[in-house]
Design a protein around this ligand. Sequence first.
Ligand code: NAD
Ligand code: DAU
Length: 350
Amino acid sequence: MKKILITGGAGFIGSHVVRHFVKKYNQYKIFNVDCLTYAGNLTNLSDIEGYSNYEFIKEDINNDEAIFALFEKEQFDAVIHLAAESHVDRSISNPKAFIQTNIMGTVNLLNASKKIWGEENKENLFFHVSTDEVYGSLGDTGHFTEETSYDPRSPYSASKASSDHFVRAWYHTYKLPIIISNCSNNYGPNQFPEKLIPLFINNIINNKPLPVYGKGENVRDWLYVIDHAEAIDVIFHNGKVGDTYNIGGHNEWKNIDLIKVLCKVMDEKLGRPENTSEELITYVKDRAGHDLRYAIDASKLQNELGWKPSVQFEEGLKLTVDWYLNNKEWLNNVTSGDYQKYYENQYLKR
Ligand code: NAD
Ligand code: DAU
């Protein structure tokens, strides 16, 4: 039985990746290593808790001794690395946590993999899950390809870019078998309500203002999270060692246009009169260094490995809204306690 370590499996994307692998591949044992920060939540995986090919281990990837010991003990065959600090706004107010986990934590995992795999590692793989933000910010035209030069502009994207460079360095220097994927904005169930879509869903439910940064003209390329998990599966099994694959939704939206569609869906689902939610839109001070536009060219992944997104945005958005409305307890749990302090600092003192 192949042993696969997935880091950050209690978070948003990680939980969908863990579920996907556990359910689809009973010939693999999936180990989910997560230290359960504010963004990690084991209820995201309560449906697979009892599966015999799944094990959760609470550990911090910054703890190099514990990580080494775990690799020695379990002798993982492959790693899919998602654990990270992931929110741009938090990286602006607290960059060091991003440098620690996203860079040093990644290096700990690279070192542990190198130690147990050596250079005779034809069957092993270190799969690093990264972001399109490493490429910087686009103007009105153009797309990021795998050849686009790195130009990170926030502490978050700088930390992810740095981790990508370290992963490639371990490939070139130590022959560690690696693959990197760089994906666009994900949305879907279980996303922590600090990110645009779940934050706005939660605020609409509670009749709170919808804080649009700047003029709402920034553009993002949105991908349903289950399509991302599928892409990771395809790349994990068929990707070329040493290569990079961009993953995107071919689905660009100006923030304000997306927010208006979301408001309409929420009014319908909540049975509120038309335009009720739109009236909550409030323009606030822009995010510092706010990247204007991200757009991914995912043609390499489509042409070489046959992956393309399967969920249309309107459908994915409705599925997402339904999930949050049907899981109000999840939403209430994650928005109690520390979240209130975060919200106050991020929005009420702006
Ligand atoms: P998330 O914040 O929802 O989840 C991160 C998970 O990592 C949490 O479960 C957290 O507890 C865990 N974690 C954080 N620090 C840790 C540490 N030191 N040790 C162990 N576990 C730790 O993030 P997400 O949105 O699911 O993103 C997952 C990965 O995908 C990240 O690497 C992110 O950069 C990348 N990514 C995210 C998006 C997106 O749109 N969300 C897009 C492209 C790439
Ligand atoms: O592109 C991939 C990246 O997408 C991932 O690597 C990151 O982990 C993920 O957080 C996401 O980054 P963004 O900064 O694009 O996502 P966020 O949801 O924070 O913001 C989306 C857009 O909405 C962005 O232009 C900022 C804007 N925004 C966001 C929030 C939270 C607002 O206008 N108001 C808000 O309150």
